[in-house]
Ligand binder design. Structure first.
Ligand code: LMR
Length: 330
């Protein structure tokens, strides 16, 4: 009897302590990213924080670090694997060390528009890619849109020959390097935080980014021309450390999963509007000229860059490229 009571007491005590510990110490989720807050990813991170803290009060605390303030894009993946951050949303161009399949998103002129990108991401093939890095302890939670990329430079770019010899900043992606080599330009890998200065000092002459990134980093102030090329996509995968995620209390994880569905839907609904607003602000700033391509000029860029697909078909998989292409026709 005594034993039983003592055991019951000890058990109740340890539950109470665990409860107190839980109440006293929320799970801290650090979310680090490299862009400004007034961008699709910046807004998505803040919305995730708001919903998580509202719906899991005292249980979860989300710290958002924008603008490479905690980790730049050379380091954020490593930090996630080491457990120094719990959520990041790198651009799909930045995963090649972990899976070659995501390179599909960088292939130039593969997707007609962001709606096609969305259909592919939501397809069985696209959803499968979220799980493609679990053996590396990385779990994909959602896709977030930014938008289609535009070419910027200090020279007017109407046709591929105009880019010849220019130095273009690229994300850490072999596909994007080949894309610029295909027009006989010189690609240079550079982390996002360094792009503005790189353009300003002439280390590079041009870059490619969606409007929201161009505007929020003030790249339009140091680029005389922006060609509305829509030649590729810059989207994100929201990822977490698999062990961290699987180790969360089940009810916390399932609430966060619901929140992730909502946040992704909201980011993806707002992304285009944010890019259009950013484009308008660039037009209003009058610091750079926006070049519209004729269908014929755009066709020339497409013809020059499309051979890149073949070079990566072996790594990406021909079936995956076909599945992505098929999303254009739906
Ligand atoms: C870039 O490096 O240009 C982008 O990936 C930055 C971002 O996260 O949008």
């Amino acid at each position: 009897m005594f034993n039983l009571t003592a055991k019951a007491l000890a058990c109740a005590l340890s539950l109470a302590i665990a409860g107190m510990a839980q109440a006293a110490e929320p799970i801290v989720i650090k979310f680090s990213h490299v862009v400004a807050e007034n961008t699709p990813k910046g807004q998505g991170a803040l919305l995730f924080k708001k919903l998580a803290e509202e719906r899991l009060p005292g249980q979860v605390k989300v710290e958002v670090y924008a603008n490479s303030s905690l980790f730049g894009d050379g380091k954020e993946m490593e930090a996630l694997l080491l457990g120094d951050v719990q959520l990041i949303a790198p651009s799909l161009a930045k995963f090649e060390q972990y899976t070659k399949q995501l390179q599909v998103f960088d292939l130039p002129f593969l997707f007609d528009d962001i709606a096609a990108v969305d259909r592919f991401q939501q397809s069985a093939a696209g959803q499968g890619l979220l799980k493609s890095m679990e053996s590396k302890n990385i779990t994909g939670l959602a896709y977030w849109h930014n938008g289609m990329k535009q070419l910027s430079a200090n020279k007017a770019l109407y046709e591929p020959k105009d880019a010849r010899g220019l130095k273009f900043r690229v994300q850490a992606s072999a596909v994007l390097e080949e894309q610029f080599k295909a027009v006989r330009a010189n690609p240079r890998k550079m982390s996002f935080a360094e792009v503005y200065q790189g353009l300003q000092t002439g280390v590079v002459n041009g870059a490619e980014n969606p409007w929201s990134n161009i505007y929020s980093q003030k790249m339009h102030e140091v680029q005389k021309f922006i060609t509305e090329s829509d030649h590729g996509v810059l989207d994100y995968m929201l990822i977490t450390n698999t062990s961290f995620w699987n180790g969360l209390p089940a009810e916390v994880r399932s609430e966060l999963e619901k929140i992730n569905v909502e946040v992704a839907a909201e980011v993806n609904k707002q992304a285009d509007a944010l890019n259009q607003e950013a484009k308008q602000s660039i037009v209003d700033a009058k610091s750079s000229e926006i070049i519209q391509l004729t269908p014929e000029q755009r066709g020339k860029w497409r013809d020059a860059m499309k051979p890149v697909w073949k070079k990566f078909e072996g790594d990406i998989g021909a079936d995956l490229i076909k599945a992505a292409e098929a999303a254009n026709q739906q």
